[in-house]
Design a protein around this ligand. Structure first.
Ligand code: GCU
Length: 337
């Protein structure tokens, strides 16, 4: 009899424990999360885990999960785990990857009319660029990737890009004959050629070793990329010329987008925009931190003179004709915005 009572007590304790665990799962954060998600979607990011764009991606994924009650789960894969930006954009066209944050330079290879938004020396300041991107024009350009099977969701910040090298760059003559890494972008390659250097298209994850092994003399990028990818350890001269601002975009595969309901699309768009606000705040801080980290490692920072900057700018006129020749009105509109 005693034994029977003991067994019943143990069974009761077990039942209560299991029931409690299940209810805890269900009501965690006040959301129903025990059901398996309806969608588990991949998000590609080529930066490190603590980079502002990656943190923005995590915020985006969390918001979507929360606002869809756990129905849509987004898995953020950073460090280019899903491939280079170029490969990811290709995979997205048939739905292999659902979301990504990509550089406009890469996207413009698939949607050439977007080049007009990233011409060298186009924006007079960061504020100028954000007036354009946060306004009607920015929305209009977010719709352009549709023909390439992509939906533009939001704009992320990537600051201004500068040249860095194993040798100092102070004048246009210093760039003459230098081997410079560029993104896998024709416009970027032409920009570097216009300045007298030899462009080498190399994927982002390979830039460090390309410089270290002497395949190229340098590259160009913003402070956070220079620091996060450790390029400052191999290219110790950083010239602040701010030759270009290349914003980034969060995009969604149209194949996936077409499967979602209107209300899920609204949630995703809203969460992408909110994550962009967050990314931009992080960006400002990270730019300062990265500059300090690189400087304290003993690099030389070169500020080029205004007259030299004007020479760099003048050298770009052919690039403007080639990439915006048929979009001069749009170019003018962006300049005057
Ligand atoms: C920036 C941008 C990356 C891009 C890289 C590059 O760091 O955020 O998405 O790949 O530039 O120069 O390739």
């Amino acid at each position: 009899m005693k034994r029977k009572v003991l067994i019943i007590i143990i069974a009761l304790v077990l039942i209560v424990t299991v029931a409690l665990s299940i209810s805890l799962l269900i009501f965690k954060s006040g959301k129903e999360v025990s059901n398996p998600p309806e969608y588990v979607l991949l998000y590609a990011e080529n930066q490190t885990s603590d980079y502002p764009t990656t943190m923005g991606a995590y915020r985006f994924a969390d918001l979507v999960y929360e606002r869809t009650g756990g129905r849509i789960k987004i898995l953020v894969k950073y460090d280019a785990e899903l491939g280079s930006e170029h490969d990811v954009i290709q995979q997205m066209s048939y739905g292999g990857v659902a979301f990504a944050r990509v550089s406009l330079s890469q996207l413009a290879e698939f949607v050439p009319e977007m080049n007009v938004l990233q011409m060298p020396y186009l924006y007079t300041s960061s504020e100028h660029m954000w007036r354009v991107l946060d306004g009607e024009l920015g929305d209009e350009f977010l719709r352009k990737p549709e023909d390439a099977g992509l939906v533009g969701l939001s704009w992320y910040d990537a600051g201004a890009r500068n040249f860095y090298s194993v040798r100092p760059i102070r004048t246009l003559e210093d760039l003459e004959g230098m081997n410079m890494r560029v993104q896998e972008s024709d416009m970027m390659a032409d920009m570097v050629s216009a300045l007298g250097a030899n462009p080498y298209k190399i994927v982002y994850s390979e830039v460090y070793s390309a410089i270290e092994q002497g395949l190229v003399d340098g590259a160009e990028n913003n402070w956070p990329s220079y620091e996060a990818m450790k390029h400052y350890k191999v290219a110790k001269y950083y010239t602040v010329d701010e030759h270009i601002r290349v914003p980034e975009l969060q995009i969604c595969s149209k194949t996936i987008w077409n499967k979602l309901t209107d209300s899920d699309r609204d949630i995703i768009t809203e969460c992408a925009k909110e994550s962009a606000v967050y990314e931009r705040q992080l960006w400002e801080d990270r730019e300062k931190i990265s500059r300090e980290v690189a400087k304290s490692s003993g690099i030389t920072v070169i500020e080029i003179s205004a007259s030299e900057k004007a020479r760099f700018r003048e050298a770009m006129s052919g690039v403007y004709t080639k990439y915006c020749g048929d979009q001069m009105d749009m170019l003018q509109k962006i300049m005057n915005y």
